[in-house]
Write a protein that binds this ligand. Structure first.
Ligand SMILES: NC(=O)N[C@@H](CC(=O)O)C(=O)O
Ligand SMILES: [Zn+2]
Ligand SMILES: [Zn+2]
Length: 344
């Protein structure tokens, strides 16, 4: 096969940041994607309907001319989240999900949840109205090894939470483990998982073997090869429990290349080329549309995009190794393999 036309994809987990960074990175996503779930971990975070409306306006203003890209806004769940404000924002279609960060789990998560009893009423209301909860699924207990934090979160927090609040619709964001894939697969219609582009490509050796590679450091951190293979199997299976959330998370090189560097991989630029290569390697090009364009809208109870994109196979694709921003360069994720599929 040398050409593949699929429904225009969406990105169900994206960091666009704000200000100059937003202006620099938004065109990279808007070029190929119809919609994206916009992560609310700004500083300060997007916690109220008003914050979300104002952030949406800034995104719309930063959009390239002629772009039909639609940001799907989210609220950042805090122990002070106001149920009425949240319900009103969902009813008018301003927000499409609420994001749960355990306090301290990842970039800009200090306002996240420490005591789950404090958010129970909000979660019960979300279950009533069918509003999905997007979960960064890692425990923050310093006694738990960083490579185990996702699996421990599923057993000690996510599973009890889902039993406690029946009907709560949950997206396990950026799963990185076999345990995550298994739990999502078996969780029924109210549970799904996003998988990033980079976690289909790298394992923890890519970060640590032969010298430390800060550009491959993200959270949850990439795990052993067996987990990467489990994610590949899940993404290419066609199972509607799994869909694309790139977690494209721009940080300037200056902030990545530090003694204590930021977590995040920036994949907006080359995600579709990487995915086509990955799905072709696994003999699953016919499953790419489900993963990137159909399974996400199905879970979010939205129509798929009405238009299509075409990927064409040819000589290796060239793409910039970084994106320039007013704050400095942002390195584009290097999949360490030639990519032959370009969006035409
Ligand atoms: N994934 C990351 O490594 N970083 C994300 C935060 C997140 O999604 O956890 C970021 O905002 O930079
Ligand atoms: Zn996260
Ligand atoms: Zn993220």
């Amino acid at each position: 096969m040398t050409s593949l036309t699929i429904t225009r994809p969406d990105d169900w987990h994206l960091h666009l940041r704000d200000g100059d960074m937003l202006k620099a990175v938004l065109p990279e996503t808007a070029r190929h994607f119809g919609r994206a779930i916009i992560m609310p971990n700004l500083v300060p975070p997007v916690v109220t309907a008003r914050d979300a409306a104002e952030y949406r306006d800034r995104i719309m203003a930063a959009k390239p001319d002629n772009s039909k890209f639609q940001p799907l806004m989210t609220l950042y769940l805090t122990e002070e989240t106001d149920v009425r404000d949240l319900r009103a924002a969902a009813e008018i279609g301003l927000i499409h999900a609420v994001k749960l960060y355990p306090a301290g789990a990842t970039t800009n998560s200090a306002s996240g949840v420490k005591d789950f009893t404090k958010v129970k009423r909000v979660l019960e209301n979300m279950a009533q109205i069918g509003l999905p909860l997007c979960v960064h699924g890692e425990v923050t207990d310093p006694d738990v090894d960083i490579f185990d934090r996702e699996a421990v979160f599923i057993d000690t927090i996510l599973d009890p939470l889902r039993r406690d609040i029946p009907g709560l619709r949950v997206v396990m964001e950026h799963i990185t483990t076999k345990q995550g894939a298994d739990y999502a697969r078996e969780g029924g219609d109210d549970l799904a998982a996003t998988i990033t582009t980079h976690h289909l490509v790298i394992n923890r050796n890519h970060i640590l073997a032969g010298g430390i590679k800060p550009h491959y450091y993200c959270l949850p951190v990439a795990k052993r090869e067996e987990h990467r293979l489990a994610l590949r199997a899940a993404a290419t299976s066609g199972d509607p429990s799994f869909f694309l959330g790139t977690d494209s998370a721009p940080h300037t090189d200056a902030n990545k290349l530090l003694p204590c560097g930021c977590a995040g991989c920036f994949t907006a630029t080359n995600t579709m080329s990487i995915l086509a290569e990955v799905f072709e390697q696994d003999d699953a090009l016919d499953k790419l549309e489900g993963f990137a364009s159909l399974n996400g809208p199905k879970f979010y109870r939205m129509e798929p995009n009405a238009d299509t994109i075409t990927l064409t196979k040819g000589n290796p694709v060239t793409y910039p190794d970084h994106i320039a921003t007013d704050q400095g360069p942002v390195t584009v994720f290097d999949p360490q393999m030639p990519l032959h599929w370009r969006v035409t």
